[in-house]
Design a binder for this molecule. Sequence first.
Ligand SMILES: [Zn+2]
Length: 72
Amino acid sequence: MIGMQQYCVECGGLMIYDISSKHYSCKNCGLYITKEQLMDLKDKIKKEGEERKKKRREVSEYLEWWLSKKTR
Ligand SMILES: [Zn+2]
């Protein structure tokens, strides 16, 4: 089925959906997971990315504060 292709969360390779087994399989690294597992993983990766972004912002705010304190 066209439009069911996804990109691998592990390697970014093309994943092919197998309707009979209801699993995605990665052509590149061989990752073999269900649609639900794939969605969970994507969600997790997205959340981790947001956490990292949040942390980075906190660090830069701290640095700005620290630097402004130093120059005074
Ligand atoms: Zn892969």
